[in-house]
Design a protein around this ligand. Structure first.
Ligand code: ADP
Length: 245
C-alpha cells in the first residue's frame, strides 16, 4: 500500500518536473525570440540616429528621411511590446465569463476597420449571437483576424460571417489575398512565426497575432480552423460553444 502511494507520488513529481522543464524551455525561447524581434528595429533606430548626428544638421533630406524612419521603427517596437504585454496579461488574467453579444462585438470591429481599410469589408452577421466569455479578449480575436485579412489582401474583399449552427457559433473571416502555402499552415499559430518575415514586417506584422488569438479561443473552449490557397485567399473560422437565451 505504502509502496503504491510512494510510486504514485514519484510519478506525479516526475510529471511536475517535466512540465516545469517544458515551461522553462518555452519561456527561454520566447525571451530569445522577443529579444531578436526588438533588436532589429532598435538597430535601425540607432543607425538613423547616427545619420542625423553626422549629416542631418546640414542636410535636410537626410534629416527628413531619418526622422520618418525613427517614427516607423518606434511604432514597430511599440506594437511588438504591446502584443508581448497582451500575452503576459492573458496568461495571468483570471476572468469570470459573462454572457456577451458576439454580434455587437464583431459589428464594432468591422466599423473600426471599414473607415481605414484598403479593401472593402462585407458582413453578414446573425443578430444577438451570445457566447460565454470575456468581451475584450473576444474583441481582440476578431481584430487580429480581420487585421490580417486586410493586411495580406491587395485586391478583392474581406467577408465576415457570423452564425449559429448546431450548438456552435461560427465566426468566419475570408479574404481574397495572398493565401498561405499548405506546409506553413500548421506553423502560423506559433509565437513570432511569419510565412514571409520581410513582407509581414513591412506591413506592420509581429508574428504574435494568431498565437494570441488561438490561446484566447482555446481558453473559451473553442477552436480556430484555417483553409487557404496561395494567390486565392484564406478563410479563418472561429468555432465557439453556443449559449442559449
Ligand atoms: P503577423 O503579425 O505577422 O501577421 P500573425 O501571428 O497574425 O502575425 O500571423 C502569422 C503569419 O501567418 C503572418 O506573418 C502571415 O504570413 C500569415 N497569415 C496570417 N493571416 C493571413 C492571411 N489572412 N492571409 C495570408 N497570410 C496570413
Amino acid at each position: 500500500m505504502t509502496i503504491c502511494v510512494l510510486q504514485e507520488l514519484a510519478n506525479t513529481f516526475n510529471q511536475l518536473l517535466q512540465q516545469l522543464e517544458e515551461q522553462f524551455e518555452r519561456e527561454k525561447s520566447f525571451v530569445s525570440n522577443a529579444s531578436h524581434e526588438l533588436r532589429t528595429p532598435l538597430t535601425s533606430f540607432r543607425g538613423h540616429l547616427n545619420l542625423i548626428k553626422r549629416w542631418g544638421k546640414n542636410d535636410p533630406a537626410v534629416l527628413e528621411t531619418s526622422i520618418q524612419a525613427l517614427d516607423d521603427e518606434s511604432n514597430r517596437m511599440k506594437h511588438i511590446l504591446e502584443q508581448m504585454l497582451t500575452i503576459a496579461r492573458n496568461e495571468h488574467l483570471e476572468t469570470t465569463p459573462e454572457k456577451v453579444n458576439l454580434s455587437e462585438i464583431v459589428e464594432g470591429v468591422i466599423a473600426q476597420f471599414e473607415a481605414r481599410s484598403r479593401v472593402p469589408i462585407s458582413a453578414n452577421l446573425e443578430q444577438n449571437v451570445l457566447v460565454s466569455g470575456d468581451r475584450e479578449q473576444l474583441r481582440q480575436v476578431a481584430v487580429i483576424i480581420v487585421e490580417n485579412a486586410e493586411r495580406y489582401t491587395k485586391e478583392g474583399k474581406v467577408t465576415v460571417l457570423l452564425k449559429e449552427a448546431e450548438n456552435t457559433v461560427m465566426l468566419s473571416i475570408s479574404d481574397t489575398g495572398i493565401g498561405i502555402p499548405r506546409e506553413e499552415i500548421p506553423k502560423i499559430f506559433s509565437r513570432f512565426y511569419r510565412v514571409d518575415k520581410n513582407r509581414s514586417r513591412e506591413t506592420g506584422g509581429t508574428g504574435l497575432g494568431l498565437s494570441i488569438a488561438k490561446e484566447i479561443v482555446e481558453n473559451h473552449q473553442g477552436k480556430i480552423e484555417v483553409e487557404s490557397e496561395e494567390a486565392v485567399g484564406s478563410t479563418f473560422t472561429v468555432v465557439l460553444p453556443v449559449i442559449s437565451g
